[in-house]
Design a protein around this ligand. Sequence first.
Ligand code: COA
Length: 361
Amino acid sequence: MDTNRKAGTAGGLEGVVVADTRLSEVDGELGRLIVAGRDVEQLGGEVSFEEVAALLWGGDAGATQAAMAEGRVLAFERLGRLGDALDRAEGMDALRAATAHLSADEFGTPARITGAVATFAAAWARGRAGAAPVAPDPSLGHAADYLRMSTGAAAPEHFAAGLDAYLVTVVDHGMNASTFVARVVASTGSDMVSAVVAAIGALKGPLHGGAPGPVLDMLDAIGDPARAAAWIEGELDAGRRIMGMGHRIYRVRDPRAAVLEKATGRLSQAGVSSGRLELARAVERAAEGALRAKHPDRPLRANVEFYTAVLLDTIGLDRAAFTPTFAVGRTAGWSAHVEEQRATGRLIRPASRYVGPMPEA
Ligand code: COA
C-alpha cells in the first residue's frame, strides 16, 4: 500500500496524508470525529468553546478566555480603519477583507485572531441590519459575546449554550479544504493572518462551508413535512444537489449532525424553537431515502450543515450569518493547525499529474 495514503480511502487525491496532527481525526467509515483526544459527542454541548480551544492550543481555559476576549476588544478598536471591508453584501467577503487588514504582529496568535474574527463577523451582521456595531464585553464567554454583538441584545443563557455547542462541534475536522489551505500558507513561513484569510476564502464555497443558508432556504421552500419527498425528487430530477446531504469522507451520518440535532432538541425542551426541527427531520428522512434510491452504492447522509441551519436559526442568527459563524468556530482550529505546521518547519509541496500535450520534438 502507498504509505502516504490512509487505509480504506479511494483513489484520486482523497486520503493522501499531508501532515501528522495531534488536533483531530475523522473516521469516515465509523462516523467518528476525535478532537484533541475526545469524541465530538463528549465536547459539543459538554464543554465551552474556550475549553476546547485550550485543548487545541495548550494552556488553561481561563487564560484562553481572557486572551480571546482581548482579541475581540482589539479588533473592535480597528473597526473604523477597515475601509469598506464590512460593507460587502456577502458575509464571507466582508470577513476576508476585514481580517486581511490585521497585522500579524498584533493578531498573530490563535487567541487574538479567533477573537478578531468574531468581532468582525458580528459587526458585519449588525451593519447588514442597519445597526451600529456593539462593543465586546470581555467578561463574557466567546459564544455569549458573539451572539450579543451580532444581535445587539444580551443572549439568554440557553441561546448562548446552543451557540457554544455549535462552535465547539465545528472547531476542527481533520484535513478539510480550508484547514489544508491554512497549513499550506503556514508551511511557506508566511504569517497567521495570511493563513486565516486564505482559509476564509476556502470555507466560503457551497461545497464546504457555504451550505447551511441554502439548507434553511430548502426547509422554507418545502414548508410542510408532507411535501418533502416530492420536493426532493424534483430537485434530483432537475440535477441539483440536496444541500446538507453527502460528504467526501463520511460513509455514514456525520457525527456532528447528531450533536447539533441534540443541541437543537435541548433548546426546544427549554421552550425555544423555530418550529423547524420536526420539518428538518422529515426532510432528512426523505432526502436520505431518495438519495439511497438514486445512488445505492454511495451512502449520502446528513452532514454537519443540515442541523447547523436549524440550530443557528433557532438561536436567532440570520441565515446570511451562518457561514461567517462557521468561520468564528473554525478559526480556533485553523490557527492551531498553523502553529502545528509552523513547528514542523516543512514546506507542503504536493505534486500534480501533467495531462497536457508534450512539446514537439
Ligand atoms: N445531493 C444529490 N446528489 C449528491 C449529493 C447531494 N447532496 N452529494 C453527492 N451527490 C451525488 C453526486 O452528484 C454524484 O453523482 P454522480 O456519480 O451521478 O455524478 C454522487 O453522489 C457521488 O458524489 P461525489 O461527487 O463523489 O461526492 P463528493 O465527495 O464530491 O461530494 C459533497 C461531497 C459534500 C461536496 C457533496 O455531497 C455535496 O455537494 N453536498 C451538498 C453540499 C453540502 O452539503 N456541502 C457541505 C459539506 S459539509
